[in-house]
Each structure stands twice: as C-alpha cells, then as structure tokens.
Ligand binder design. Structure first.
Ligand code: NAP
Length: 314
C-alpha cells in the first residue's frame, strides 16, 4: 500500500455494514481496501447473543463477527488494522488519511464508522467508569454477581441487558425517564416475567456517587413531580442508545440534527462517490441485518458509480 495507490473503493469501518460492503465490492471485482481501527465486527463483537439475524439461530456476537470477517476475507478483501484520521472530498477522487500519515485516494468511499454508546453526562459518570459505571452488561456483568445494579434506559438494549444482569445480580433496578418503554414487545414480555427486576418509571439519574473508589449510590429525580431521592447500588449500567461516529464526516456531507448522515435509498450522500452505511446513516431501524443490507446496497451503488466514471473517461 503506497501513498499514490488509487483504489476504486475504500471502506472506513469494519462492522457488519463495512464488512458486507467489502464482500460485495470484491465480488464486483473492485480494487478495494477496508480500514478498521479496532476489532472487526464493530458493536456486535461485544454483544452477547444475536437472536435475530435471519438464518442464524442463536449465535454470540463475537462468533457472528468472526464469521462475517472470515466470509468477507474469503473473497480476498484486504482488511487493514489502521485508524482513518481524516476524510477529504475531491472533484475526481476522495482521500483518506491514516494514523500512520499515509494518504490514499479512491473513486468511491463507503463510510461505515458506526456509533458510540451515549453518555448521561452526569457527575460521577466519567469518574467511576470501570469502577461501577459500565456501558456493556455482557462485558462487565460478571463483576456484579450477587450485587445490586441500576440500569438506565428504556430501549431494547437496556431491557435485554437488565434481563441478562438479573441472572447474575442480587437485584436490578431499571430506571426509565418516561412511563412507557421504547423496547420491543417481545423483550417487554420477557422483562415482565423477571421477578428480580424492579422498574422505576419517570425518573432520571442526576448524579452517580461513590466513596472515591467505587460507586455506592445514585441520585434520582422524578420527571413528573420533581421529587428527589437516592438509591444504594453497586453499579450503574448506562444503556441509553448511541450517537453516530461522525467526526470523520466532511463538512460538505449533509447530516441531520443528531449528526446521522442523510442518504438516499442507495446509501448515497449528497457528495457524489461518498456513501454512508449502518449506524452512521439516518434510518428507521439499527439492526445487524439492516447494516448488512446497507453494505450490500452501497457496494452495488459504488460499483455502478465507478463503472460510470470509468466509461465517461474512456
Ligand atoms: P434506543 O432504542 O435509542 O433507546 C434508548 C433509550 O434510552 C430510550 O428509552 C431513551 O428514552 C433512553 N434515553 C436516551 N437518552 C437518555 C438520557 N439522557 N437519560 C435517560 N434515558 C435516556 O437505543 P438502544 O436500546 O441501544 O437500541 C438501539 C437500536 O438497536 C434500536 O433500533 C434497537 O431496536 C436495536 N437493538 C435491538 C436489539 C434486539 O433486537 N435484540 C437489541 C439491542 C438493540 P426515551 O424512550 O424516552 O427516548
């Protein structure tokens, strides 16, 4: 790989969307490289069980990530472990700069950088990270065996992880800021069948407190009455959704008010040759199957774009 290499497609990010894009790009015989700064697989690599990827009944996130990587590489995709530090648009080609200083050009870029767990932004959250505060029950639940934990959130993740934690912890409090959950009905039914989980409705966590070493309590506020309170706990799992990893998105690319990239149904951004896929892109459902579908669509659209550009030149 050299600075003057021209790729037909460069993919930024190696989650399900990026890896699927790579698979389809290679099948379309496009000169392609994929850059991933961490572990290929993205968020699913740290997910416990994946139950809803069609055709695959019951698999751990880690195993599905490995399968995706292996499948993609079986078509010859070059998956490079490097951070992309900037993306620049150009009139003819677009470029990415890598952590090692290399700059590579491509006719098309597929941006698949995913998202990051949202923070509460309350006092104590950063201070007690890894000392009672966690964003991943599957990763850290074990440390709370027979202890009391608080889960914050009302979506699928918070409910799924509360159920997981209830098998380990002595007591789980699920704290939600409204009086109805956003989580799917099937997860809500499972939640209702768990005696070890107590719901605290219409409540926000305003402070995460501890003894300087680990968490021992949270301060609460009722969103309707304004009433304040405190709850003793050994841990706080913050599972309130995620934000797009959009720091690489060039200013010319249109995003919505939350920073998700706006695309059309071919995953094209408003900049020709720039595609966005997966959790980075504004859409209705953030699911693995949708991310994979995005990767497929963007790769086919990029193949069409590259072919059209080449035909125009010759
Ligand atoms: P989500 O659906 O965006 O839910 C985030 C939850 O956190 C919402 O209930 C929200 O409350 C609450 N919240 C947001 N900011 C908050 C704050 N500052 N303080 C307190 N609460 C806050 O996120 P998610 O649960 O991580 O799910 C993300 C996507 O992945 C969804 O599309 C979901 O369906 C999917 N997913 C699917 C599965 C599965 O199918 N097995 C598992 C996990 C995730 P409000 O409801 O009041 O907005």
């Amino acid at each position: 790989m050299a600075n003057n290499d021209l790729y037909e497609v460069i993919i930024v990010g190696g989650g399900p969307a990026g890896l699927t894009a790579g698979l389809y790009c290679k099948r379309a015989a496009l000169k392609t490289v994929l850059f991933e700064k961490g572990m290929p697989g993205g968020q699913i690599a740290i997910s416990k069980d994946v139950e809803n990827y069609p055709g695959v009944e019951g698999i751990t996130g880690f195993d599905l990530a490995e399968k995706l990587l292996h499948h993609t590489q079986s078509f010859g995709l070059n998956v490079v472990s490097q951070e992309v530090t900037s993306v620049k648009t150009g009139p003819d080609t677009h470029s990415v700069e890598l952590g090692n200083g290399d700059v590579l050009q491509a006719m098309a870029l597929i941006l698949a950088a995913g998202g990051t767990m949202r923070k509460l932004g309350v006092p104590g959250e950063a201070e007690y990270l890894g000392a009672g505060v966690s964003y991943c029950a599957t990763c850290d639940g074990f440390f709370f065996k027979d202890k009391t934990v608080v889960v914050v959130g009302g979506g699928d993740t918070a409910v799924e992880e509360s159920i997981y934690l209830s098998r380990l912890a002595k007591k789980v409090y699920l704290i939600h800021r409204r009086n109805t959950l956003r989580a799917s009905n099937i997860l809500q039914s499972r939640l209702n069948a768990e005696p070890g989980i107590e719901m605290i409705w219409n409540t926000i966590v305003t402070d995460i407190r501890g003894d300087g070493r680990t968490v021992n309590a949270v301060s609460l506020e009722n969103t309707e009455s304004g009433e304040k309170g405190e709850l003793q706990t050994d841990g706080v799992f913050v599972l309130v959704g995620y934000s797009p990893n959009n720091k690489l998105i060039p200013p010319a690319v249109s995003t919505d008010e939350q920073g998700f990239v706006i695309t059309d149904d071919m995953c094209r951004t408003n900049v020709p040759g720039l595609f966005a896929v997966g959790d980075l892109r504004r859409k209705f459902a953030n699911q693995i199957v949708v991310a994979a579908a995005d990767g497929c669509i963007a790769a086919l659209a990029a193949a069409h774009y590259v072919q059209t550009r080449k035909s125009a030149v010759t």
